[in-house]
Write a protein that binds this ligand. Structure first.
Ligand code: AQP
Length: 330
C-alpha cells in the first residue's frame, strides 16, 4: 500500500535569510500534499557551491529547519532532514554525474548567472550542482517537486537524467514532475522588478525576508520601485506593481480583478502600504513560531536526527538498486 503513495520532495538552501520568494514560491506549497510521503530537505551541500562562513552556515541550517517547522511542517507527518546528514545524496550524485553531459550542464542559466556573480570562485560544484539536485530528487523516487519557476530548467535535467538511466539499465528511477504554483512562481526584487528576489542579493532593500520585523517590511514595500503611473493593474512597463500585486494576492488569496477593484483610484502609496501591512501580518505567526523553535536547540537536534534516519532508510533502497543495476559488487 505504502509503495503506491505519491512522493513529494523539495529543498531550500541555507545560503542566506529566507525571502518571501522562497516562502511564496516554494515553502507555502509544501503543505499542499497532505496524503503524500513528503521529504523536505535543508540543502546545505548546495549552499557551499558559493563560499559560506562556517558559523553562518551552521546557524542557517538550524534556522531553515526552524522555519520549516514554523511554516507548519509537522515532523511526524513528513521527513524534515539536512542533506549532508544523508551521505547517499553525494554518492548518487557521483553515479548520476557519469550519466550527465558536459553540454547539458553548460546550458544551465543558473550556472551562468552565478558564475558572473562569483567570478572569483567558479568551482566544479557550481557546475555540477544540478546533478546533486537530480540525486536529491531521484533518491526518493519522487513524483512531484514543488519549486519556484527558477528551478524549472534543473528539474527538466533531473527528468532527462532519470530517463537516460532507465533507458540504459531498465526501469529504476521515477521520472519526477514539477509543481510550479500559478501565483508566486517568481517573486521579483523590490529594487529591480525585472530580477528575481534572492536571499543572497547584496541589497537588503531588494528582498522581503520572512523574519523581517513589520516596520522593516512596511518601509521596504513603501520604497519598492514602481513606474510613474497610479493604476493598480498588470501591464507593459508595470513590473513593479505586478510584483506587489502578486505578493498581495499570495497573502490574501484575492484575484487580479478583486485587487484592482479594491484599490481603484487610491494610488500607489495606499497600495504599497496595504501590501506592507498584509505581508507583515501574514508572516507574524511564522516569525513568532520561528523564535520559539530557535529557542529549543535540543528539539531541533532531535528533529534532524529523526529526519536523517528516516531519509537514509528510503535513500539506501534507491542507491542499492542503482548500484546493483550499474554492476557494483555488494
Ligand atoms: N523569487 C522567488 N520566487 C519564487 N520562488 C523562489 N524560490 C527562490 N526564489 C524565488 C524558490 O525557493 C526554493 C528554494 O530556493 P533555493 O534555496 O534552492 O535557492 P534559489 O532558487 O537559488 O533561491 P535564492 O533565494 O535565489 O537563493 P540564492 O540567493 O542563495 O541563490 C526553490 O524552490 C526556488 O525555486
Amino acid at each position: 500500500m505504502l509503495d503506491q503513495q505519491q512522493v513529494v520532495l523539495s529543498a531550500v538552501q541555507p545560503s542566506g535569510n529566507l525571502t518571501v520568494g522562497n516562502s511564496l514560491g516554494a515553502i507555502k506549497n509544501f503543505s499542499a500534499f497532505p496524503d503524500a510521503r513528503r521529504f523536505f530537505c535543508v540543502a546545505d551541500l548546495h549552499a557551499v557551491t558559493v563560499r559560506q562562513v562556517p558559523a553562518d552556515l551552521r546557524r542557517r541550517t538550524y534556522e531553515t529547519l526552524a522555519l520549516y517547522l514554523a511554516c507548519g511542517l509537522d515532523p511526524s507527518a513528513c521527513v524534515l532532514f539536512v542533506q549532508s546528514q544523508v551521505p547517499a545524496h553525494a554518492e548518487l550524485a557521483w553515479l548520476l554525474g557519469c550519466h550527465t553531459m558536459f553540454g547539458e550542464l553548460s546550458r544551465m542559466t543558473q550556472f551562468k548567472d552565478k558564475s558572473q556573480k562569483h567570478a572569483d570562485n567558479i568551482n566544479a560544484g557550481l557546475f555540477t550542482y544540478p546533478v546533486l539536485m537530480a540525486a536529491d530528487i531521484l533518491l526518493y523516487q519522487t513524483d512531484l517537486v514543488p519549486v519556484g519557476a527558477d528551478q524549472k530548467q534543473h528539474l527538466e535535467l533531473a527528468r532527462n537524467i532519470a530517463q537516460r538511466f532507465n533507458g540504459v539499465f531498465g526501469d529504476t528511477l521515477t521520472v519526477p514532475e514539477g509543481y510550479i504554483p500559478p501565483t508566486g512562481r517568481k517573486i521579483m526584487s523590490l529594487s529591480d522588478p525585472t530580477a528575481k528576489m534572492s536571499k543572497s542579493d547584496p541589497n537588503p532593500n531588494a528582498s522581503l525576508f520572512i523574519l523581517d520585523e513589520p516596520d522593516v517590511i512596511l518601509r521596504k514595500c513603501k520604497r519598492a520601485v514602481t513606474d510613474s503611473g497610479n493604476e493598480i493593474r498588470r501591464g507593459e512597463g508595470k513590473e513593479g506593481i505586478e510584483n506587489l500585486m502578486t505578493i498581495y494576492e499570495c497573502c490574501t488569496g484575492q484575484s487580479d480583478e478583486e485587487v484592482a477593484a479594491l484599490f481603484d483610484g487610491r494610488g500607489y502609496g495606499v497600495f504599497k502600504e496595504a501590501v506592507g501591512e498584509t505581508v507583515a501580518e501574514h508572516l507574524r505567526p511564522v516569525r513568532e513560531a520561528f523564535h520559539r523553535y530557535m529557542g529549543d536547540r535540543a528539539y531541533l537536534d532531535e528533529c534532524m536526527k529523526k529526519g536523517a534516519e528516516e531519509a537514509a532508510y528510503y535513500a539506501r533502497k534507491t542507491l542499492s538498486k542503482v548500484k546493483r543495476k550499474m554492476g557494483f559488487v555488494g
